[in-house]
Design a protein. Structure first.
Ligand code: BEZ
Length: 223
């Protein structure tokens, strides 16, 4: 393992780190994360607790958007420090009361093993439950982005989806994406690093604003 991939003792794996592997009990049975992931992207998210209102809205929204994630070769998996019995009962309750089936597994992390590996417990927020963490992991199991929200505020699942699009576009085309970028919009060409590259770039069919800021259209965007 290269030194870049070693997760130092800072508690939270960071962008560019290898996502920690683990074996855990989930609502789909026991999984080893790396096997379960296969060659997909993954959105691994934690919620504070089952049978709580904000979490219920978030998990339902992930369910409603699950086809959109699947279209992007992206698997969803949730986690909280709850028992498998609690997860199963909550899923049933959501189905009964809201008519929504959660089509992704939930990890029952009662011993907090996975939450600790991913730095999902922020003791000054709560020492007993996970915060609202989201890890976006690419098919090589490298963490490409992470988001943390406190207990009191629900995430924007459309933003998670937009971030998947954005990361996948960067990975596929070697470009960056500007503020509020959405699929179909022009992307940012990474700035030149040499005088030669500045000259070469000037002759390209980009929308040039200045030597460091240029946009281009992508012809074959996946979404
Ligand atoms: C909620 O999901 O509603 C929630 C969970 C834990 C603390 C506060 C709110």
């Amino acid at each position: 393992m290269s030194s870049k991939k070693k997760n130092k003792n800072h508690g939270i794996p960071r962008i560019g780190d290898k996502a920690p592997d683990f074996t855990a009990i989930t609502t789909d049975g026991e999984i080893t994360f790396s096997d379960w992931q296969g060659d997909s992207w993954v959105v691994l998210f934690s919620h504070p607790a089952d049978f709580t209102p904000v979490c219920t809205t978030e998990l339902c929204e992930f369910a409603k958007k699950s086809d959109e994630f699947a279209k992007r070769n992206t698997k969803l998996i949730g986690l909280s420090i709850d028992s498998i019995h609690s997860h199963l009962a909550w899923r049933e309750n959501i189905k009964e009361k809201l008519g929504i089936e959660l089509p992704y597994p939930l990890i029952a992390d009662l011993d907090t093993r996975v939450a600790q590996k991913y730095g999902m417990i922020h003791p000054n927020e709560s020492s007993t439950v996970t915060v609202r963490a989201v890890f976006l992991i690419d098919p090589s199991r490298t963490i490409q982005a992470l988001i943390y929200y406190p207990l009191s505020n629900g995430r924007n699942i459309d933003e998670v989806l937009r971030l998947v699009d954005s990361l996948q576009t960067s990975a596929a085309h070697g470009v960056a994406t500007p503020v509020n970028w959405c699929p179909g919009e022009s992307v940012v060409v990474p700035p030149p690093k040499t005088t030669e590259a500045v000259k070469e770039r000037a002759g390209k069919d980009y929308k040039h604003v200045d030597f460091y800021l240029a946009f281009k259209e992508l012809e074959d965007q996946a979404t």
